[in-house]
Ligand binder design. Structure first.
Ligand code: 6R9
Length: 644
């Protein structure tokens, strides 16, 4: 067992949970979930404390998932108001701007309360009511947090759309949840560049007929067009509203937010999370996994537009009375030292980031790290994709100076918060393994037939029992929710991931087993990229697969068949890449486009992706059985014209 990093002794002594306590907590959580979860629910402030814990079934005949259903609470009151008694003057949100020379902004819990109340009153004044969907399309500025928490305060359902998504992608997400109002900014800033958010909203409006109001936060002062009767400057509207806004009492199962994520079909799913279970889950997991003690300066370097930003920049940390850092910029601007400089500047103790960022910074050499102190760091975390052991060791040895445990947290938009992750005071670490399940999580490895494999095994990862942070439905399509997650292995939640469990019971996530790509930790459905490509006037057909990529983890490899009469060219290749960027956003840019006169299809017309994946990976010696193809000849052409 050479590659084992035992729990450091001081961690075992000081942490909230040591190995013995973990075993006991985990055991109780599965043996007596009712009392375990009602006890855990006490970590929140309830208007009415629940007496019912989980009530769920993953079977078709009585399919249901509820947690704490008789409880009442408000998420924003839990993240703000209850800290006003204990830590009103502690910094809640510490904002680091894109420009390194610019001053950081700090909001204490008292100030956060005032800002969120004001934002909530502006939303109300614009007609937003409990249950309405509010789209939030914002840069990483404090107002994004205020808008999110303001929705929670008045019981509106927020749907945050990542600021890097295109007008088309934004329109689809506004329309799908029938959102009448959007909160945006004039522009965003990232790595010294401007992002035209308001102009993107204007462009999306033509395809989003539900949209009636646009609230615009002035962030850069850039010039934007304002449409009379539709567009409202936030700073103007905020002048006319009252300073206080009492939190709306919500049922535990009332929706808190929708977040769109890619699945294996073309249309992103609106993942719905509710209030009580989600908040219990993110608060508990944030406390356990980061061994969080209130006041510790903590930085989750995700974007607020992804679930990691929702759960571990905002809801989890704020529920726990944290000082949470929000960073407007990017890791490699103006230099690859930026992250480490921000850590030194603010005395950050916990850093939570993605393997893709680490790989990109690792490539620049150790000098950029070593010229900074990082003496404040105590704990490191990763999320978003499997971390390769090499990047893990670099993070541990170079970034953390060998002192800081790494918590590799496996989870999904659907799971609300981490499900498999080490606890720094309890779990010996193995580089590349997310280690063991958190309390209440019952993972299983099943084979293709659904047979549960025991002991050391590799197969598909399912979760056998509900946990409070589980998504409750796909917005507007409950049938799709059941169909997507509970029919592959009846009675179990199917994650879409493959995993291996070793002889010590440690889990090693091997990646997606469905048609979902993970590009730089961002989920992308192959079908979404394909639909974008075939919208192009010259494209007849497209098939997209993942390919190994040093920095991004996975890159996008697209096979494109042109309409007859159209000629392949480098110019067209560039045009298609630009096309996908405008249709979806820069994160979906294909890395490779191979023009293909034909795609390998079965006689029933199904594209054989297995073959396309192998060619993209360059593994052409072993293409497997091609005899079932309608025209085996196309494979020779694909191999001969490999583009990578
Ligand atoms: C939180 C988040 C979910 C997919 C998931 C898996 C991959 C996330 C991981 C990981 C290995 C980890 N993933 N964390 N794989 N180790 N620590 O990323 O949510 O964007 O929905 O992506 O990401 O494949 O299924 P989301």
């Amino acid at each position: 067992m050479a590659d084992l990093y035992p729990v450091p002794q001081d961690w075992a002594k000081r942490a909230r949970v040591n190995a013995e306590k973990y075993t006991q907590l985990y055991g109780r959580s599965l043996a007596d979930p009712g009392s375990f979860w009602l006890e855990q629910a006490r970590r929140l402030d309830w208007i009415k404390r629940p007496e019912i814990a989980g009530d769920w079934s993953f079977r078709e005949e009585d399919f249901r998932i509820t947690w704490f259903v008789d409880g009442r609470l408000n998420a924003s009151a839990n993240c703000i108001d209850r800290h006003l008694k204990t830590r009103p003057d502690q910094v809640a949100i510490l904002w680091e701007p894109d420009e390194p020379g610019e001053e950081a902004r700090r909001f204490t819990y008292r100030q956060l309360h005032a800002e969120v109340c004001r934002f909530a009153n502006v939303l109300k004044a614009q007609g937003v009511q409990k249950g309405d969907r509010v789209t939030i399309y914002m840069p990483m500025i404090p107002e994004a947090a205020f808008a999110i928490l303001a929705c929670a305060r008045i019981g509106a359902i927020h749907s945050v759309v990542f600021g890097g998504f295109s007008p088309e992608a934004l329109a689809g997400r506004i329309q799908d949840c029938d959102s009448k109002i959007i909160v945006t900014a004039d522009e965003g800033r990232r790595g010294g560049k401007r992002v035209p958010l308001k102009a993107n909203v204007d462009a999306s409006a033509a395809h989003a007929s539900s949209l009636q109001k646009v609230i615009v936060v002035r962030a850069t002062g850039g010039d934007v067009a304002m449409q009379d009767g539709r567009d409202v400057w936030y700073h103007e509207a905020a002048r006319d509203v009252e300073a206080d806004c009492p939190p709306e009492p919500m049922g535990a199962e009332d929706p808190l937010f929708i977040l769109y994520t890619s699945g294996s079909t073309g249309k992103p799913k609106g993942v719905l999370h509710t209030t009580g279970g989600y908040l219990v889950w993110v608060s508990l997991t944030h406390e356990l996994v980061f061994d969080y003690k209130p006041g510790t300066i903590y930085w989750c370097a995700a974007d607020i537009g992804w679930v990691t930003g929702h759960s571990y920049i905002l809801y989890g940390p704020l529920a726990n009375g944290a000082t949470t850092v929000m960073f407007e910029g990017v890791p490699n601007w103006p230099t690859p030292s930026r992250i480490w400089e921000v850590i030194d500047r603010h005395g950050i103790e916990i850093l939570y980031t993605a393997p893709t960022a680490l790989r990109a910074l690792m490539r620049e050499g150790d000098e950029y790290v070593k010229r900074t102190s990082r003496g404040s760091l105590k704990l490191l975390g990763t999320v978003g994709e499997p971390i390769n052991p090499e990047a893990w060791r670099w993070y541990h040895d170079v970034v953390g100076g060998g002192r800081c445990p790494i918590v590799d947290t496996w989870w999904q938009t659907e799971t609300g918060g981490a499900l498999i992750a080490p606890l720094p005071g309890a779990t010996d670490l193995k580089p590349g393994s997310a280690t063991r399940p958190l309390p209440g999580v019952d993972p299983q490895i099943v084979d293709a037939e659904g047979e549960v494999l025991t002991g050391a095994a590799e197969g598909n990862l399912v979760i056998a029992k509900s946990w409070p942070g589980q998504m409750r439905t796909v917005w507007g399509d409950h049938g799709r929710f059941f169909q997507t997650y509970f029919t592959t292995y009846p009675g179990k939640y199917f994650t879409g991931d493959g995993a291996r469990r070793d002889e010590d019971g440690y889990y090693w996530i091997t990646g997606r087993v469905d048609d979902v790509l993970n590009v730089s930790g961002h989920r992308m459905g192959t079908a979404e990229v394909e639909s974008a490509l075939v919208l192009h006037a010259k494209v007849a057909e497209a098939a997209v697969v993942g390919m190994p990529h040093d920095i991004k983890g996975q890159g996008i490899y697209a096979y494109v068949t042109l309409n007859s009469g159209e000629e392949p060219s480098d110019a067209l290749r560039k045009d298609l890449v630009a096309w996908v960027r405008t249709e979806i956003g820069p994160i979906a840019s294909p890395d490779v486009i191979q023009f293909a006169p034909g795609l390998p299809k079965t006689r029933s017309g199904k594209i054989m992706r297995r073959i396309l994946r192998k060619i993209a990976e360059g593994d052409i010696s072993n293409l497997g059985d091609t005899s079932t193809l309608a025209d085996p000849g196309v494979v020779d052409d694909l191999v001969a014209n490999r583009a990578a």
